[in-house]
Design a protein around this ligand. Sequence first.
Ligand SMILES: Cc1cc2nc3c(=O)[nH]c(=O)nc-3n(C[C@H](O)[C@H](O)[C@H](O)COP(=O)(O)O)c2cc1C
Length: 196
Amino acid sequence: MTDIAFNDRSTPLTLLATRRSGKPRDLIAPGPRPEELMQMLTIAARTPDHGKLAPWRFVIVPSEARAKLAEVITSAYRAERPQAGATEIAALEQFGHQAPDLVVVLSSPRTDSHIPLWEQELSAGAACMNLLHAAHAMGYAGGWLTGWPAFSDAVRDAFGAAPERIVGFVFIGTPGRPLDERPRPDMARIVSIWNG
Ligand SMILES: Cc1cc2nc3c(=O)[nH]c(=O)nc-3n(C[C@H](O)[C@H](O)[C@H](O)COP(=O)(O)O)c2cc1C
């Protein structure tokens, strides 16, 4: 598996075996066309979901709205940390401007359902993963970030309302530099056989 080149999308298996994230700050144009993005999101929505609740949703943040997103994030941060320094603010300002495309994935749990919240949230994480796979399959790279903005209620409120939560900011674009492999788990450590 490790010998397969990262850009090998020749078979479904090599595609799955070679996906890796792009650092959002290194993702450049072209990003997916609107119809490609919709196709990615349709694939992302094809996610295991106990109870067929679709307990997640996707908010596209177009380039025209990135400055507004940066303002939402930096004002929320300043409100929570009035002593914030210029470097921290600059990093948060830059956060929302990364990559050609950005999808905010929200966990939108149904609290009136008997399906446990945990299961609904797991499904939301799986939707993010599907989105990354779809981006890779279509020749792009995605990067899933949370960071401070994902845990801010004020930032969440810009996209939804409690009990919704931000699962991740998924940035999508073309890698501006080769995606090097990163260390992968030692399979002997994470796979075991249970014999009772
Ligand atoms: C829920 C979640 C949140 C993450 N948030 C961040 C983040 O805020 N900053 C960061 O540098 N990486 C973050 N990562 C990790 C990046 O997505 C990372 O680049 C990725 O796991 C690389 O592995 P891959 O190539 O196998 O996709 C996060 C990952 C997950 C699953």
